[in-house]
Every structure is written in C-alpha cells, then in structure tokens.
Design a protein around this ligand. Sequence first.
Ligand code: MRU
Length: 358
Amino acid sequence: MRTVAWDEEKQALRLIDQRLLPAEFKFAYCYTYQETADAIRKMVVRGAPAIGAAAAFGLALAGFQSKANTLPDLLRDLREAADVLAKARPTAVNLTWALQRMLRLAEGYVGTPDKLRHLLLAEAQRIADEDVAINKRMAEHGATLIHDGDTVIHHCNTGALATVDWGTALGVIRMAHEQGKRVHVLVDETRPRLQGARLTAWELEQYGIPYDIITDNAAGYFLRSGEVQAVFVGADRVAANGDVANKIGTYMLALAANDNGVPFYPVVPTSTVDLSLRHGAQIPIEERDPSEVLDIQLHGRPVTPKGASARNPAFDVTPARLVTAIVTENGLVYPPFDLNLPAVVLGADGKETTDSAD
Ligand code: MRU
C-alpha cells in the first residue's frame, strides 16, 4: 500500500494519516495544494521522499485549481503554489527537488494549458513510481552491509511510511530480511514525535522482523555493549561534503557509533543530496512548536510543569567524518565524500542521475 498515491475517483491526493498510527489506520485526502501544504506542515505525511512526492501531487492539484487560460498565467499560478508548498517544511531538500522538477517541465512546455495540467499529474506519478524503484535499488546495495545474525540500530522512521513505498534505511533492513538473513533491530523511539516507537515498530510488525524499542538514551549503552554491528539512518538533506542532516538525535547516535567502532550508514536517494551546499552548517534546520516536547503525559497527567518552556529542533547535522559510507541507488559511497558524492549524484555526463532511474 502506497503512503502517497493519487485517487483517480476522488481526483485527490491520498495519504495515510501518520499522526494516528499505530492506534488507527486512516486515509487523509487533499483536494487542493493548500491542503497538501497543510498535511506536510502538520506531518500527516512525513519523511523526506514522501513529502517530496506529496508536494509534486500538490503542484498537480494547483494546476487543476488554476482558472488560467494561457500558459504564462498557469505558470504564474504554479509558481505561487510551489512557493507555498516549499515553505511547508524547510529541511528535507526532496520537497524543493520535486517542485523544481515539476516547474522545469511546465517552463519547457509548449501546448495547451489543459494538456500541461495532465502532464503535471503524470510527472508527479512518475516521481512517485521512481521513488519506489530507487528505494529497492538502495536496499539491494545496502543489504550487502548486513550479515546473518546482525543486530542493527535504526533511528526515526525511514520505511514505507517515510517514502512512497518500501523505504530507505528500513528498506535496507527489510531487503536483508527478505534475503533470508536473520536481523534484529533496536528501534530508537525518537523523541519527541516517537516516529520510531509508533511507526517503525508498526512497520516491523507487518514485515515480521524481530525488534526491540529502546529509548534514545539507551543507544550509547547498546553500542558500547558490543551487541550492535551497524547503525542505519535516513537523511533529509546531505551537503556536497557528506554532512548529513537527519532526525534530531542522529548526531549523538553517530558519535556513540564512532566511539565504539560501529559503522554508521545513512541511506540516501540522490534526490536528498544538495550539491549547492558545501557543508552541513548551510542546511536550514526546522524548529517545531515546543508543544511537541511539552505535551507528553505519563499515566494521563502532564509531565512538565505548567508554563514550562522548551526548544524543539527537528533535525541535526552529523559531520561527514562520522559517516562510514552513504548508501545511494547508484551504489555505496565511501570517503572522501567531497570527491565521491558529486560523482555519484551527477554521473559521468555531469547530469543529475535520479530522473533516469528505472
Ligand atoms: O520529521 P520527519 O518525521 O519528517 O523526519 C523524518 C526523518 O528524519 C527521516 O529519517 C528522513 O526523512 C529519512 S526518511 C526516508
């Protein structure tokens, strides 16, 4: 079942409402680009590749919403909508990557506005289909890093729910499991929104992969114990030098892995690599509402005192020196990343290679 899909009958974007899982499995529908931007902002849909695909469908919806009769007018409306969608969440570059790809198509198009509207929907569909194919290729490459009997740590949710289907880091673990390797997953619960405890654990239940949820604070303990053979995470944006922005807590995990000689692998489609940024300090980090930290309850009672304040950065940056290798759909990338990463993203012809995925 796809996390992000077009509903032909409703002429709407269909999402799985991830705020309700695992208690309730329910679809949410977006009929306009404004509703799509809202769903991304509120994390009805989340995960870098998933919000990229959702934004692409959002722009297709903007095309159908527009009353424009000429191409320049339609283009103006599309640019306005792309601006709103791009602002929904700032860190994951897949959002702007997908919107730019959609706008490039519109800008180069010659023909009727109506035909363009349908071409935009077809392009969004292509982005979604490619995402699944790319994830499976990454999974094949990444699974070579997992051996029979391994225990791995996984952070946040990077599975089918965070992508269109299959997943990035969790997709690697799923592939190893499907290849018959016995793999045990230690699932970081991932405060404050608990994507690990809620979503990754829910997915692992569906796949029949054995796991234990651990508190984020326990990761260092397990890494030091010698029980863990590798750490797999996703990414929201990777700079040209290999610095990796991912869910808050990833940096501490990478430090503890490094200190204990445990390999640390981000699993990253090339659409998540932002070659326009030289290093990770240039990556915009989303700071979300403090209520996500403060509203936690224990036994039905608030945990924090009334009037307490909080800070809530949603992502952090792991420096490239802590990264063992980056798994992409075009293969494993090892240091020096400033040399090897651009080569993998741009390919031999100097063009971005993601678009041509099978
Ligand atoms: O805030 P979220 O839940 O959208 O953050 C998601 C992550 O950080 C994932 O690890 C990342 O997007 C990689 S997912 C395939």
